[in-house]
Design a binder for this molecule. Structure first.
Ligand code: ADP
Ligand code: MG
Length: 406
């Protein structure tokens, strides 16, 4: 795959005493009107601190939840502004609108090193519609534009795409830079063998990523499948799985993926044993081998995690990899009875020597739960954006918009 054009960085733009519109991802969980988890706010701090120290007049903007184009007071940025002010140790001005005369005044009066946070971008219907007038109104608030919202880069929204038509000096922020550098290494000349470890809830959610990954793999690389996704692959091979979640309408896709892996001499590893239980919230797990003649899968049970033998096999593949990309838990890790497979894989990731990347909301939660995030080369903040990035070969609407039109 050819290397995409390099994205401009903060080093490439002049920010001193200029209004810098900074799209951030402050879409944080709230609880009782407070920020329940400030990870995403912290992730933007390196960029914001750098802008402040370089004398920029910083105009931050983010969406929060899904107000669907209307003002929803519970989704005001107020608690976010308060937390941001604490973390940055500077005053954060919060106008009561996204755009409008009042906002323009606050922004234009901002001193060098000052910070404004606009109200929730999705209070305006124009945001998700990439409406040209709304994009122009946002664009009028900045002399330079910085995108540090990797989690929003896969969306062609006004603050991510439309706005860039109105601001000539554009750059990726430090968070987006770290994401594109790490994820880019998966796509361009990765150390071999490349091991793609995929799991999670559904084949349908991950079909695009799987197809793109297999397409980029070569002889000696491996695709390892776990989680509920593996059920469909196993069932498509003819194994019975009791009451496990399987996607019958994806069997043909599973067979097609197996075939293209085989054609490339890429091994496709599936679980050889499973942890089964009565239901998603069962408190007891039974280890069962994958059904063969003579060892039937219990008819009234569900496969809810991979078994110890599968964990060892998968860990061995991770261990010998030059590069590993992991997306999707190996089981229902939210339930401690079915967390062992996922936690075992997280541990194997932490101990492996190759270049290791984890992407996907639940996968990142699992790595944090296992306490190994620090030991892994890159844990993406991007949720769905990191998958779309891999699937699309590194092209996302929000990244393309930073480049000059061809
Ligand atoms: P990510 O957010 O990392 O991309 P997904 O959203 O695809 O991951 O999948 C995570 C979900 O998959 C978890 O909530 C987990 O409980 C569920 N899951 C994993 N394995 C199974 C299984 N065997 N049966 C049912 N659900 C599963
Ligand atoms: Mg998920």
């Amino acid at each position: 795959m050819s290397e995409p054009q390099a994205l401009p960085s903060l080093d490439d733009i002049d920010v001193d005493n200029r209004r810098v519109f900074c799209r951030v991802d402050f879409n944080v969980p709230l609880d009782g009107g407070q920020v329940a988890d400030d990870t995403r706010i912290r992730a933007a701090l390196p960029t914001l601190r750098e802008l402040i120290s370089r004398g920029a007049r910083v105009v931050c903007a983010s969406h929060l939840g899904r107000p669907k184009g209307k003002v929803v007071p519970e989704l005001s940025m107020e608690p976010v502004a308060a937390r941001l002010a604490e973390l940055l140790e500077v005053e954060v001005r919060l106008p009561d609108e996204v755009v409008g005369d009042g906002v323009t005044k606050v922004v234009n009066d901002l001193p060098a090193g000052g910070v404004v946070l606009l109200e929730n971008l999705r209070f305006e219907a124009g945001e998700t519609k990439n409406d040209p007038d709304f994009a122009a109104a946002l664009g009028a608030l900045g002399d330079a534009y910085v995108n540090d919202a990797f989690g929003a880069c896969h969306r062609a929204h006004a603050s991510v795409v439309g706005i860039t038509e109105h601001i000539r000096d554009r750059a990726q922020g430090r968070l987006v830079e770290a994401e594109t550098r790490a994820l880019g290494r998966l796509l361009h000349g990765p150390d071999r063998p490349f091991v793609a470890l995929v799991g999670g809830a559904k084949v349908s959610d991950k079909l695009g990523v799987l197809l793109a990954l297999i397409d980029s793999l070569q002889a000696g690389d491996a695709v390892v499948v776990g989680g509920a996704m593996a059920n469909s692959f196993l069932a498509a091979r003819g194994h019975s799985l009791g009451k496990s979640l399987v996607e019958r309408e994806r069997f043909a896709d599973c067979r097609r993926l197996e075939k293209s892996a085989r054609a490339r001499d890429v091994s496709l590893l599936l679980p050889s044993d499973l942890r089964a239980g009565e239901s998603l919230d069962a408190s007891e797990a039974t280890v069962v081998p994958v059904e063969t003649e003579g060892t039937p899968f219990p008819a009234d049970a569900m496969a809810l995690d991979i078994g110890p033998q599968s964990t060892r096999r998968f860990a061995a593949a991770i261990n010998r990899a030059g590069t590993v990309f992991w997306n999707g838990p190996m089981g229902v890790f939210e339930n401690p009875a079915f967390a062992e497979g996922t936690l075992g894989i997280a541990k194997a990731m932490a101990e492996a020597k190759g270049f290791r990347v984890v992407g996907g909301g639940d996968s990142v939660a699992a790595v944090n739960q296992a306490g190994v995030a620090e030991a892994i080369d890159h844990v993406s903040t991007g949720g769905g954006a990191s998958l779309t990035y891999v699937e699309a070969g590194g092209r996302l609407p929000g990244l393309d918009a930073l480049l000059d039109p061809a």
